[in-house]
Ligand binder design. Sequence first.
Ligand SMILES: [Zn+2]
Length: 412
Amino acid sequence: MGDFNNILKPEEKLGGKPVLLQDFEEFQWSMEECGLRDLTQKGKMFTWCNQRVGIERIYAKLDRALVNGEWIHQYAKSIATVLIEGVSDHSPLEVQFQVQMQKRRTAFRFFNMWCLSTDFQRTVERSWAEKVEGTCMYQLCQKLKRLKHLLKQLNRIQFADIVEKANREEMQLEVMQQKLSLDPGDADFASFWEVEAKNDASWQWKQILKVRDQRKLGVVGSRWLASSNGKYTVKSGYAWFAGNETKFRDLQSIWSRMNVPKHSFIAWLAWKKRLWTKDRLTSMHMAVNDQRCLLCRLQPETIEHLFFQCTFAAVVLEKLVQWLGCRKIAASEARWRMQILNMWKGQKINRRLLWAVIAACTYHLWEERNRRLFQQLERSPEQITLLIKDEMRGRFLYCHKRKNRPAAKINL
Ligand SMILES: [Zn+2]
């Protein structure tokens, strides 16, 4: 408790220079790190004033009482009051422990569950070992009395929510039993490895079962195929799920310095199939009126279609490929990926440059799609190609200047 000479939130200051994130983020971070939080506060909001007049006057909350979880358990109703500052520029704080005064006395009872706590044995041993002077009976009484308080404390810290927890679990059990009595063959209660996803099951549950099925493919009898000794390990499991997608290293080229950051981001989402195309929206049960691609208005909109198969995208890609002096790009996505990875080989073209153009193309196709969807504005493939070329020229010059490195050996 005291003067921390810093605020926690912008609204804790009035007047003076505007508050910046760096002014308080360190304080916020250290509070989080130490598991501390503000004690409930009563009275004035600001605890400090620079005592100036007019526009030079600044108010701020610089003094506070910080508490941890244990404190809140023990003194749930404690409160800090900001008092009148008097002659100082800071206001004094007063903390009240209301809970202790209002507590009703109850008889002490021992709970067997305390023995489950790892702290139990230690607490009893330590307390019992402490010396008490007096007759044997007095010693025993004093030791029991002392222990009683410590065990109550242990109960408050470790078993405070036990009643709530028990009630919750009892309710869950009741629901499951009811469900089971209505439908004894319910698949939810069959073994995890045999359960089939129902049509109305949640998306998350379907995903979990999908991963389970992939894992099942790796097991023959009781042998796990992905490791040499047939035993499942996390490492071999990871390799199994990662599959042949070792192209991840190449994916990093998307983040190269030559790329415009916003292009990188959209290209990365497209590569990971995380853009909200119409087919994805539909699969998440969101209403989509027209499934068709907004660029060609012919085929359904999917990631593969939008960036690889769409006739509109094909024109843009074709023009860019010609500009770069590369071979033609394949239409199918799988082949396209392979070709992207191979096409820079043996060609007089910088690999990072190629990725920058691909990322830009992805970004602008997606942008065009959104312009058509949300603003009803259209551009031709030629306009988009020109835009990308201009942007790329600017970017290459910028990177070239910054690093003083020869740019790609192509005629821009
Ligand atoms: Zn299309």
